[in-house]
Design a protein around this ligand. Structure first.
Ligand SMILES: CC(C)(COP(=O)(O)OP(=O)(O)OC[C@H]1O[C@@H](n2cnc3c(N)ncnc32)[C@H](O)[C@@H]1OP(=O)(O)O)[C@@H](O)C(=O)NCCC(=O)NCCS
Length: 130
């Protein structure tokens, strides 16, 4: 499995792949502004490619620690960030092969290594479950 799987950062050239995948994976329609936001600083997304097939996606944003818990702004820890996972999906025929876990791992590694941020302990605090 590992040798056949690649993980790509979502950018302007491949974001349409993510839109297509998400339209199959989720009952929710994500707006054009959602996808525009993924290309801005503070958000990121990745694609899982199995062979030549695009089979999974993850989208995350970085935000002040405590934001996802609904804490008032004054109680959020603005100097620390958390990683909020907005979407995670793998096409049904490719599930239970470890791809979801690998997407999550790659996203956490990316969040920690991104030179544009100061995350030292990326945290996944909340997920959307449908
Ligand atoms: C959730 C989802 C991304 C998991 O992807 P996946 O590639 O099948 O996950 P993995 O194979 O990496 O499994 C990771 C772990 O979750 C467990 N798992 C995966 N699907 C499961 C299920 N339906 N029920 C129970 N456990 C499950 C696996 O056993 C594994 O646990 P382990 O490490 O202890 O063995 C996939 O089922 C999916 O796309 N679902 C529809 C979209 C969705 O609900 N996304 C989440 C909200 S945005």
């Amino acid at each position: 499995m590992d040798s056949e799987t690649r993980f790509l950062q979502v950018d302007a050239n491949n974001i349409q792949r993510m839109r297509t995948l998400n339209s199959v994976l989720f009952p929710v329609h994500y707006s054009a502004s959602f996808y525009r936001g993924l290309l801005l600083p503070g958000q990121f997304a990745q694609l899982a490619v199995y062979g030549n097939a695009y089979v999974g996606t993850i989208a995350c944003r970085k935000q002040p620690l405590g934001f996802a818990s609904g804490l008032p702004a004054a109680q959020q820890e603005g100097d620390m960030l958390e990683v909020y996972m907005m979407t995670l999906g793998v096409l049904a025929p490719y599930r239970r092969l470890g791809l979801g876990k690998q997407l999550l791992r790659h996203a956490i590694e990316y969040a920690a290594e991104d030179p544009m941020n100061d995350i030292t302990r990326p945290l996944i605090r909340r997920t959307h479950i449908f």
